[in-house]
Write a protein that binds this ligand. Structure first.
Ligand SMILES: Cc1cc2nc3c(=O)[nH]c(=O)nc-3n(C[C@H](O)[C@H](O)[C@H](O)COP(=O)(O)OP(=O)(O)OC[C@H]3O[C@@H](n4cnc5c(N)ncnc54)[C@H](O)[C@@H]3O)c2cc1C
Length: 397
């Protein structure tokens, strides 16, 4: 089920795709952030397209964003990640749960070309995110932030950060986990004292997208920038994590888009490459493989589209549908891209074709944003009616 190109957002995304595809190896080989693509995304109004019209966005639906992400991911994985984070994830949490002041503050920054960073993972709190030790201690009308986050996408280039931290009252009592909006933009003279980019990871794929370790030392955040869902800090993490379900559908869609792109390359090459006096497209073994690849892409797309239609009252997909779709799409995409690379023989292993980059890029999606194992545990928990522990204490009980 391919959506028709009448959708104006899809038309805009398809118009950008050829130049994005052409530049993709540049970001990969130079490990360079794709600023020109970002400028194009701003011009095409795809940055923040989901932000309501009243805040300067286009008020595009969640499903529209999913369609755009697939088109962009076929051409350039990095740019697709930017589209996801500029419409789902952090900014969507602010638009759903934020105060009027927070929304009017954050929306223009994203619309002008910022991909916000979402900061959850810590060195000792990965899958067990609830074990985070970064703290935000109340002090008068401010919160004082201390701790370390790592593998933060966009760390060092993002201006907006949504930082998850354990909220402590003035007397040190634990109030739960909350989100805090930090603005850091040294180029424009906005510096958050105590905020530090400690180092960048050297990654296997998705090269050009910074993955950073961030340190917060007595960073002062005004209480107006505390993102407190209606249920308060106690239940706040669960609420804020519902926003993460949207990012999960986004990440699954990137993986599916890369796989769909790889499938298109495989079809082209099967017709083009001749061995044994005929196009390799005539070999039935390869035809069957191609059909399996096609079925995996279609099944992934259906699960992702289904998840994108399960939006709750705050506009985020259902957790189980999102987990199922991301888990399936990310695992299937690794298989599809690997099979596409195989169709190219030695050529697939070389850098003249984009397959080797796509293969390295797509490998990440069973890890970041909830590993495939954790997502499977979530879905199984739903099927079995078992509540899965999310902290070390939960396992020891
Ligand atoms: C490229 C990239 C970008 C990222 N971007 C961000 C970002 O922007 N913001 C952010 O906050 N984080 C980000 N992350 C971090 C990501 O969310 C974590 O890597 C992920 O949650 C897993 O945590 P971990 O790496 O510490 O693995 P661990 O939790 O240490 O897991 C190690 C292994 O054990 C398995 N495992 C752990 N617990 C269980 C269990 N209960 N049952 C079965 N298996 C289990 C895992 O599946 C994994 O295979 C990013 C990661 C990558 C690779």
């Amino acid at each position: 089920m391919q959506e028709t190109p009448q959708n104006p957002y899809v038309i805009a995304a398809r118009a950008l795709a050829p130049s994005f595809a052409e530049r993709a190896s540049r970001w990969d080989q130079n490990r360079e952030y794709c600023w020109p693509n970002l400028a194009d995304l701003v011009k095409s109004r795809l940055m923040g397209m989901s932000i309501p019209v009243s805040y300067g966005g286009q008020g595009a639906s969640f499903h529209d964003v999913v369609l755009v992400v697939e088109e962009i991911a076929k051409a350039c994985t990095l740019s697709a990640r930017i589209v996801v984070e500029a419409n789902m994830g952090g900014i969507s949490a602010v638009m759903a749960y934020g105060s009027e002041e927070q929304k009017t503050f954050c929306a223009p920054i994203v619309l002008s070309g910022d991909k916000p960073a979402i900061c959850i993972t810590e060195p000792d709190a990965g899958s067990a995110a609830n074990d985070m030790t970064t703290t935000a201690r109340k002090s008068g009308s401010t919160y004082i932030l201390n701790g370390t986050k790592h593998w933060i996408t966009g760390g060092g280039v993002s201006r907006l950060h949504l930082i998850f931290a354990r909220v402590l009252d003035e007397d040190g009592s634990d109030l739960g986990i909350g989100g805090f909006i930090l603005h850091h933009d040294p180029e424009r003279g906005v510096v958050a004292p105590g905020f530090e980019v400690v180092r960048h990871e050297r990654t296997m794929g998705l090269c050009g997208m910074p993955e950073a370790e961030l340190r917060f030392t007595d960073v002062v955040i005004d209480e107006t920038m505390a993102l407190k869902p209606p249920s308060g800090f106690g239940r706040g993490f669960a609420d804020l994590m519902t926003a993460y379900n949207s990012q999960r559908v986004g990440a699954g869609t990137i993986a599916m888009g890369v796989a769909a792109g790889a499938l298109e390359h495989a079809i082209r090459y099967m017709k083009e490459r001749e061995q044994f006096g005929r196009p390799i497209a005539e070999f039935q073994g390869l035809q069957w493989k191609l059909t399996e690849m096609d079925a995996k892409v279609h099944a992934s797309r259906l699960l992702l589209h289904e998840a994108s239609r399960t939006l709750g009252p705050t506009g985020f997909p259902d957790m189980t549908f999102a987990a199922r779709a991301k888990m399936f799409a990310s695992e299937a995409a690794i298989e599809v891209v690997s099979d596409a690379l195989q169709m190219f023989g030695a050529r697939g292993y070389g850098a003249d074709e984009p397959l080797e980059r796509m293969y390295r890029d797509v490998r990440m999606f069973t890890i970041g944003g909830g590993t495939a194992q954790i997502l499977k545990t979530q879905v199984a928990g739903k099927l079995l009616g078992i509540r899965t522990p999310q902290t070390r204490d939960g396992y020891s009980r």
